[in-house]
Write a protein that binds this ligand. Structure first.
Ligand code: DQA
Length: 159
């Protein structure tokens, strides 16, 4: 009798989750001098296309609600997400709760900021995430997300 083909966990595509914090849904019109003119939809589309070529499952999620972000991070554990790219936006500077969620699931993540947070107001200089992150990209605009993804694709190939 012919052996039935089963899908093993290892044959599934690796998963990468991109998380965007508050107000990033307004990209394109929001303070373009800091955040550029690309919309969030365009950023997500560029990432999705690149991931597709690499045969990686990439999902993007934006929320203006802290609890929703925390719950999305919890769900990522169950979905066996391998890496997270996160721009926590204003929560970068305020949220112990989002920090704790990332620690709780222990999924490695890259922190991305469109603007250079160290060249701006003093209250933006502290991040609750940077010491936990694999790495931080700040000030390279929308390309920061693409560079973070390139790094992770390379890492997934060598893991
Ligand atoms: C940001 C920088 C944060 O200080 C700010 O609150 C944001 C966006 C960035 O991408 O440059 O909303 O994370």
């Amino acid at each position: 009798m012919k052996k039935q083909k089963t899908t093993s966990k290892s044959s599934l595509r690796p998963r990468v989750l991109v998380l965007h914090g508050p107000n990033l849904n307004l990209l394109g019109t929001r303070e373009p001098q800091h955040y550029g003119s690309m919309t969030l939809e365009d950023i997500n589309l560029t990432l999705a296309r690149r991931a597709e070529i690499a045969e990686v499952d990439l999902e993007s999620f934006q929320t203006n609600h802290e609890g929703a972000l925390i719950e999305r991070i919890h769900a990522a554990k169950k979905q066996e997400v391998r890496y997270i790219i996160i721009n926590p936006a204003a929560w970068t500077h305020t949220s112990v709760a989002v920090r704790d969620a990332l620690m709780a699931v222990s999924i490695p993540f890259i922190e991305v900021h469109l603007s250079n947070i160290y060249a701006r107001e003093a209250f933006r200089h502290h991040s609750f995430f940077s010491d936990l992150a694999v790495g931080v990209i700040s000030g390279l605009g929308h390309q920061g997300y693409q560079l973070a993804l390139e790094y992770l694709l390379n890492k997934l190939n060598t893991d």
